[in-house]
Design a protein around this ligand. Sequence first.
Ligand code: 13P
Ligand code: SF4
Length: 334
Amino acid sequence: MSNDPPHLPVIGNPPSAPVVEPLDLTEQELEEGIARLKQERNAVILAHYYQESEIQDLADFVGDSLQLSQAAAKTQADVIAFCGVHFMAETAKILNPTKIVVVPDLEAGCSLADGCPAPLFQRWLEGYPGHTVVSYINCSAEVKALSDVICTSSNAVKIVKALGDQKIVFAPDRYLGAYVKKQAGRDDIVLWQGTCMVHEAFSERRLLELMVKHPDAEVIAHPECHEGILRHAHHIASTSGLIKYAKESPKQTFIVATEAGILHKMQAEAPGKTLIAAPPEDESCACNMCPHMRRNTLEKLYLCLRDLRPQVDVPEATRVRALQPIQRMLEMSV
Ligand code: 13P
Ligand code: SF4
C-alpha cells in the first residue's frame, strides 16, 4: 500500500483510454485497498451480476439493471464506482449529476448500445410519427434522450402493457422486443434490429444435447436470447428473476442461458443445486462471457477509486432529456 499517492486529487478523464499501470499488490492487498479507498472517498460500489466474482464480493450492491438504477437513484455516497458497462454508469450519472461516477474501464461498452447510434436512430424514428418510443436501458444517453420511456428486461412487458393501445417502437434489442410483443399480445410493435453479442451466440444444437444429457434439468433463459433458445426455456426472466427462480424452484438442476457471471450469485442463493451454463456455438467454450463486462478487474477498480478516473460524464442538455424517460420507468416500476 506504500505506492499510494499522498493525496487523492479529483481529476477528469484523460484525453484517451487510461493506461493501466502495473500494480504490485496481492489480491488481499487490493481488496483491503479498495475497502479503504471506498471509505476515504465516501464511495459506493455497484456491480452487475455479470461481473467477475471477486468484484461482486466487494460490491455494496449487486443487482440487475433495474435494481442498479434504483440503487443509484437513492445513494447518499459522493462517488459511485460502477462495475458494469458504460450505459449503466451513464444512467447512474444521469440520475446523479452532482456525484462523481467512475468506472474501472471506460471502454466497457455493449453491442446493443453500440448497434444503435443516436443519429441513425433519430432518422429511423422519423419514419414512425405518433409512436411511443420504448428503449431498453442498454442504449446510450443520446438514445435515451430520444425516448419516451426506458425499460429493463425485468419491467419491459409491464411497461409496454401499461401503454395500452399506443403505437410503439421498441429499441434496440430485437429478441427482447419479440419476447415483449408475444407477452403483451402486440404484433404491431416496430422493432429496431439490434442484438446482444453474448445472448445471440448461444447454440440451440448444443443446448439440445445438454437437455438430452440432463433430462430433469430446467432451462432458464434471459429474454435477450434468440428464439432458438427461448423456445426451450421453462422460465424466462431478467438476471435477478433467474436467480430468484433457481432459488425457489423445487427443481435440482438448471441449464442457465445468460452470461456466465450470473452463476456466482445464483450458486450462493441456491446452494446444493446444479447449475450448467448454456454453451455458445463455438465448440472451444463451455459458457458464454461478455467481453465488455470482463474488461473490469480488481486492479482497475482499485485505480478508479484511487484516481477518481475514468469518470463518466453526460452533456447537461442530453442528461436533462434522458432523465425524463428514466424517471418515468422508475415511477412505473414501483
Ligand atoms: P438485466 O440484469 O437487467 O437482466 O440485464 C442483463 C444485461 O444484459 C445487462 O447488460
Ligand atoms: Fe451488452 Fe450483452 Fe454484454 Fe449485456 S451481455 S453488456 S447486453 S453485450
